[in-house]
Write a protein that binds this ligand. Sequence first.
Ligand code: ADP
Ligand code: ZN
Length: 623
Amino acid sequence: MSVPPFASSSLDMVSQLSSPAAALKHYFGYDSFRPGQQEIVEAVLQNQDLLVIMPTGGGKSLCYQLPALLKPGLTIVVSPLIALMQDQVQALQDNGIGATFLNSTINGAEVRQRTDKILDGKIKLLYVAPERMMSESFIYFMDRVAEEIGISTLAIDEAHCVSDWGHDFRPEYRQLRQIRQRYSTVPVTALTATATTRVRQDIMDQLALKQPLIHVASFNRPNLHYEVRPKPKQAAQELVRYVKQQPGSGIIYCLSRKKVEDLTQRLQTAGVDALPYHAGLSDPVRQVNQTRFIRDDVRVMVATIAFGMGINKPDVRFVVHYDLPRNLEGYYQESGRAGRDGEPANCLLLFSYGDIGTINFLIDQKIHPVTGEPLEQEQQIARQQLRQVIDYAEGIECRRKIQIGYFGERFDGNCANCDNCLSPRLLQDWTVEAQKFLSCVARVQERFGLSYIVDVLRGSKDKRILANRHDQISTYNIGRDHSAEDWRTLGRSMLHQGLIDETNDGYSVLKLNALSWEVLRKQRQVEIALPNRPKATSEVQSTGKANAEMLFEQLRRLRKQLADEQSVPPYVVFADSSLRVMAQIQPQSLDAFSQISGVGSHKLARYGSKFVEAICKFCRAAD
Ligand code: ADP
Ligand code: ZN
C-alpha cells in the first residue's frame, strides 16, 4: 500500500488522518459531518455496497470523496454530466486532492497524461462519463489499474439514470452492470436524490448491489424558507422589487421562453444583472450564460425548467417560481437548487388562478401524435399533479409538511421557516359572502365569468353591466365592503372547493351546482383562507451587523478576484458560509483563520494570508 503523495510526511499526521473526522477538517475544512455522512463514510470504508438517497444539497459527494482519500487505490466516480464533473474535479484540486476526469472533451495526448498519472498513484479520484467506461481501451486501462494500484470503490452518481421509471433514464447506465460484474469484488456506492421506491428498487437490481446499506436521508431542507404569494396584476414589477431585496444569486423560473425574455428585459432595465436561459437559445449562448451565472458575473438567471439539471452552484440564495410548477416533485427539486451550501435561502412561489387555466390548456394538448386521440391516462395524471400543486399553494398548513409528505416522510408541527408557520392564516367563515356571490351568479342567469360577478357585486359602472341592466338587480353593489381581490379569492376558492363550476369552453362561465345550492339554502358553511399580505421589511440593522455585512461584501470581492484569476467559480475558493463566519469572527491571524469551517490545510496555505490581511485592514479602518 503506498502512502498518498498529498498526505503529510509526519507520521503523527498520518495516524491522525486515519480518523474520518480529522480528514474531514484537513482536506475539506469542515468541522462536522452532515446528517448521515459519517455512517455512510464508515460503511464505504468497510467495503460495503451502499445506496445513498439524499436530497440535493445534502452532501452526497463527500460520501465517496472522503473514503477515497482514506482507502488505498483509486475511486472511480461515474457521473453523467460533463460540466458538473469538471466543477467537482476543480473543487477537489483546489483542496489539494489528486483528482481528474476523462470524458469526450479531453484529447488523446491529454488522456495519456492523465492515465499515466493515475498509474503513478498520484490520483485518488477519477471521474468518468458512463459511455466511456464501456470502451475497450478503457476496460484495458481499468484492468491495469485494478492490478497495479487497485480500485477502491465504484461510486455511481445520479444513480436513478439507470431506471426507466425515473425522470432521467440513460441507456449507458444500464451497461454499468457489466462493469460491476467484471470487478465483482469492488464495492459500489450508488447515489441519487430521487426518492421513489420504484426507482430505488431498480437501482439495486440493475447495479446488482450486494446487501447494500440503504441510507435515506430526510428530505427536509431546514435552511430553505418557503413562501407562496398571490401573483398580483403587476407581477413583473413586484418581481423586480422582490429581486432587489434579495441577497446574492437567484433563479427565476417561468413556463415559456417568451416570458423568460420579457422578464430578463424588465430586470435589466431596472438595473438588475440578469440573463436568460431556455431551449430556444443556441448551445454556446446557453453555455456562456450558465458560466457567467456560476461565476457570479451576473446575479440572476431567468429560465425555463430546462435550466438547473446538473448545475452545481451551492450559493444560490433565492429561487422564484413566477409560474405555477407542474407538479410538487418538480417544485421540490427546482426550489431545492437554492441554498445547497446549507445557508439560509428563499423559495417563493407566485400563485395565480389564471396560471391554472394555462396549465390545464397544456394538459388538454396531450394527444396521441398519430391518431390525435387524447392521452387520457397522461392527462389524468397531469391533472392530479396540478391539483396537488394547487393544494400546496392554497394550503394553510406548514409548507414543509406538505412537500416532504409528498415523499412519504412525516413532518410534524411548526417548522418556523415557512410563511404559514411564521404568520399563520386563519380560516375565515365567509358563508354570508359566499351566498351573496352565488345569488349574484343566479341573478345574471349563469351566463358570466368571475370578473363580471365581482364587478356587479362591487357596483361597477362598466358599460357592459349597464347595457345588461345588471345595475338593477338586487345583488348589485352589495359587496362594497370587501376588495375586488378578496371577492376573487372567494370565487376561486369556491371553484377549487367544488362549490361552484366553471365552463371549460374558453369563456369560464360560472355555473351553480348541487353544492352551490346547499350554500344558498344555508345547509353548508364556506371557509376560506385569505392570503398573507407580505409585510414590509423595516428591520433596523444594528451597527455590529452592519459592520459584518460590510466586511462580508469586501471578502466577497476578494473571493471573486481570486476566483477570476484562476477562472473558477467563486464558491470553489470559499463557500458563502465560510465568508459569513469570517465576517463575524474577523480572525486576524492565520491560526484563528484556520479554525473557520471550510478552511482546510490547503486553502489555508493558498488563501489564508490574503484573507487575513484584508480582515486586518478592515478592522484597522473600523477603529
Ligand atoms: P449533493 O451532491 O448532495 O447535492 P454536494 O455534495 O454538492 O450535495 O454538497 C452540497 C454542499 O454542501 C457543498 O457546497 C459541500 O461542500 C457542502 N458540504 C458537504 N458536506 C459538508 C459538511 N460536512 N460540512 C459543511 N459543508 C458540507
Ligand atoms: Zn412551516
